[in-house]
Design a protein around this ligand. Structure first.
Ligand code: HAM
Length: 426
């Protein structure tokens, strides 16, 4: 006898099962209505883009571009990549559709991203981000708004123990000055650097600060700080942002080593970090990227945004015991005996038509009273509505409360049914 091998999902890629969906839906609804309340609009970009887009925006000498992208050659020889993040595609779409020049835009998106990282809890190869991107506002007011909006999201979700880490990596000019000092410092400690960092010393020295190698932690901790090399404009921007956060009573920690893993940032960078998720504790990261729109071929446009890992937020909710309310059905309609099916299906449509937002499950697959009531109970429905041959003959429906044992079973005349069910919805 031949046994057919079953096929499993690939490493680092997960199904979101029906039991997980209520948490996802709760998060997504909370996020989208929050964004709506701040006047942001949704944008949906493709999952696949030309490889060049990510190389030019995220930067050639970054972990994402060097090691983590899912890139392949299409049949016409063009190089395509599954998006590792959303900012590049959002900027590309904004330029392509004329959304950015001389305009202000406040946009958000939600969707899967792909990075070929080593999978572990909180780190996946397909993961999901909600992202927010704003264009045409020089800040720091918009930087502060994005941070405040995120703080409000934590509050709406009931999350605690997430720390805001803040830094400024300055304007282009500030970074040039800083890089000279940084290269000098790391060159003195060349032998202590790992191979990646030795290479990056000449290609992208600030990336060394973002190294996850614990053996470099001490060396990085004592490296010169970017904050000592900010030009006047960057310093003023940073000071004003801190003042705005203080005014809104949003607490933050300055982390001078925070440079973020993507090359497009300038001035403000921030991350929301928790200690409750082990090594994958960054639930959200973002900042300004004033040079990116120009770098991708359009007019100079200030921009600021953030990305948030949905899996990590949901893991944190679970760790903090936050369980969203399950949306159980109101009614489960059972049809017992020959001839009851057509009546039941017709009645179900009538109920759906007349009771807004009703959640009604119609039993499918026939079966005995015992087997149908078992399913009704398992569905979590509050009430079973039963049509049997006698009820059908008398134009009645049996109303059987499944949760409230005090409420008696009743037989209801069909023409009174909608009014009685409406009563149950309040
Ligand atoms: P990022 O820091 O690379 O930034 O990612 C943002 C968030 O996505 C992280 O803080 C984390 O929560 C989540 N994340 C990243 N990689 C993984 C993974 N492998 N598994 C699970 N979650 C992950 C960006 O992507 C920028 N585009 C953010 C941004 C938008 N900056 C400005 N605008």
């Amino acid at each position: 006898m031949s046994k057919t091998r079953t096929i499993k999902s690939i490493r680092g890629v997960h199904d979101i099962l029906p039991t997980d969906s209520p948490s996802w839906q709760h998060f997504e609804k909370t996020f989208s209505s929050l964004l709506d309340s701040y006047g942001y609009s949704e944008i949906r970009m493709p999952i696949i883009e030309s490889t060049e887009l990510f190389k030019r925006s995220i930067g050639e000498v970054t972990d994402i571009v060097e090691k983590e992208m899912y890139t392949f050659t299409d049949r016409n020889e063009s190089s395509l990549t599954l998006r590792p993040e959303g900012t590049a595609g959002c900027v590309r779409a904004g330029i392509q559709h004329g959304l950015l020049y001389n305009q202000q835009q406040r946009l958000w998106y939600n969707g899967p991203m792909f990075r070929r990282e080593r999978p572990q809890k909180g780190r996946y190869r397909q993961f999901h981000q909600v992202g927010v991107e704003t264009f045409g506002i020089t800040g720091p007011d918009i930087d502060a708004e994005l941070i405040a909006m995120t703080a409000r999201l934590w509050q709406l979700l009931g999350l605690k123990n997430i720390e805001l880490q803040l830094n400024s990596i300055g304007s282009n000019a500030s970074r040039q000055a800083y890089k000279t000092v940084l290269v000098e410092y790391f060159t003195k400690h060349y032998d202590a650097l790992d191979e990646d960092s030795q290479r990056r010393l000449s290609t992208n020295p600030m990336r060394i600060l973002d190294s996850k190698n614990p053996q470099l932690a001490k060396l990085i901790a004592t490296a010169p700080s970017i904050l000592d090399h900010l030009d006047d404009d960057s310093q003023q921007h940073f000071d004003q942002l801190k003042n705005l956060l203080d005014a809104m009573e949003i607490q933050y920690t300055i982390n001078t080593r925070l440079v973020r893993g993507l090359d497009y940032y300038s001035k403000t960078v921030f991350e929301w970090v928790t200690t409750e998720l082990g090594s994958q504790g960054t639930v959200c990261g973002g900042g300004r990227y004033d040079g990116l729109v120009e770098q991708l071929g359009s007019k100079n446009t200030p921009a600021c945004g953030f990305g948030m890992g949905i899996e990590r937020v949901l893991d944190l909710m679970e760790a903090q015991g936050i369980v969203p309310k399950q949306n159980k059905p109101d009614f489960y309609l059972m049809m017992i005996g020959e001839g009851t099916l057509a009546k039941g299906m017709q009645l179900a449509e009538q109920i759906r038509q007349q009771i807004p937002n009703v959640k009604l499950i119609t039993h499918c697959g026939e079966g005995s009273f015992k087997s149908q009531i078992k399913r009704a109970d398992k569905s979590g429905a509050k009430i079973a509505l039963i049509i049997d041959n006698k009820a059908l003959e008398n134009q009645q429906i049996i109303f059987n409360p499944l949760r409230d044992r005090e409420q008696p079973q009743q037989t209801i005349a069909e023409d009174k049914l909608i009014a009685i069910l409406l009563n149950q919805m309040v």
